[in-house]
Design a protein around this ligand. Sequence first.
Ligand SMILES: O=C(CO)COP(=O)(O)O
Length: 254
Amino acid sequence: MGRKFFVGGNWKCTGTTEEVKKIVSTLNDAQVPSSDVVEVVVSPPYVFLPLVKSSLRPDFHVAAQNCWVKKGGAFTGEVSAEMLVNLGIPWVILGHSERRSLLNESNEFVGDKVAYALSQGLKVIACVGETLEQREAGSTMEVVAAQTKAIAARVSNWADVVLAYEPVWAIGTGKVASPAQAQEVHFELRKWLHANTSPEVVATTRIIYGGSVNGANCKELAAKPDVDGFLVGGASLKPEFIDIIKSAEVKKSA
Ligand SMILES: O=C(CO)COP(=O)(O)O
């Protein structure tokens, strides 16, 4: 199939040095499937990137949660893609719904960020997802297609992009999308890629699910054919993140 299972942990704006050290030590001690089976990427806040990068096991990788839209310079408070590359950080999450809604990041701005980060050699976890209102209005696919289109319009190399479908109503709410709901949107997104990119992009681009994933619901979600992994928030700070990583086994035996 050519799509390695991907599990990302988005730590968001949480943690102290002590807590970060504890999470890293739990991850370092964990018995998980090999990196041939699952790709694991954790995303601490910027200030902890060097600590996590230097202390995390080498088979797990590190992502930033954002970066500036173009080359660094007089942009107070921002962190540039070049700086992440300089620190040896291979991944960045872009377009998370919390940034789209709270910081007014538009589809175009997110698309520009994705393009710039890729141009600097970063790999990108690009997030899309509808709000509850949009779902109830029946516009889920229209919304995620518009978000994906703004990215696709600026990206020619999909090899370094993971698409994260994160329905806003499922984030941090404990209200997980059902496996059928996740599969439906992932399938539609793959159809969208089919119509707008190349057969290779369709076959190889990982579409991962995020929104209240935990140790108890991950296996059922992972069993769906178009769910290629997860982007985990709250549960990525807990030992159950290991169980979520292990759900990659479901794919192997599928
Ligand atoms: O936003 C998320 C990951 O980016 C999901 O967060 P939760 O897993 O806490 O719902």
